[in-house]
Design a protein around this ligand. Sequence first.
Ligand code: MG
Length: 280
Amino acid sequence: MEELPLGVMMGVGENPTERLAKIRAMGFTTVQMGCPPPEFWSGEKLQMIKEAVGKSGVRVTTVFMGFRGESYADIPTVRRTVGFVPPETRAERLEVGKRICDFAHELGVETVAAHIGFVPEDRSDPNYKEALSVVREIADYCKARSMRFALETGQEGGEVLLRFLRDVGRDNVKVNFDPANMILYGSGDPIEALELVGSYVVGVHCKDGNWPTQADQLGHEMPLGQGQVGIERFVGKLVEIGYRGPLTIEREITGEQQAADIMKARDLLESLKAKLLPPR
Ligand code: MG
């Protein structure tokens, strides 16, 4: 299998066939799929996505969960609205999460991933226990379908994440490592965190960003190679720890600039792969 195949984060729009063809034409062989709206989870629209993926020559490596009511406006809002940690929406999102697992399973995708929300640093916080319990429940649901559940990094530092993974204690709970998020949330040096949780990493986002400059605000996302991640150092560390899975470009803007930045990111990653991967 190709080492470090390039991929891109895609949303399911009105025409997944067209979108996947475009992605393939851009030279990508893998995608991570943002969760489409519920009407795609069964029936005709599900069949349409299945066919589109089957014909595309592109492998869907991960389906991302997303929930109604989430907002990434600033750090307190993320804390209040994102993932499984906020108590008011937990039970409902747990059920939605399982439906998204079913959708991924229908597509033959082995990994589902999510921002689970801010894991409390204090283990005696009741939300810590609740977060453990919900992740275990999703993990066990995945396990019964030979799938795994990956936690998107960012909202906590490497040490908190590692402790949480150990406390969860499920062998199919993994990490989708986004180095830019760690910077955007001000949660610590991504390369140090990668060193800590490296053995759990099954997917990565190639994304860049600058540290926050104001309290409670997120940092600023940047085109790959222009932010403070140190993308060469990041890919170098991935190679060093033996990661050979997909490098999935994520650029969270829209329109022509997004497409242009993705192409540049692709070229940058191709050159880093040529430089950093040991000859086979
Ligand atoms: Mg990400």
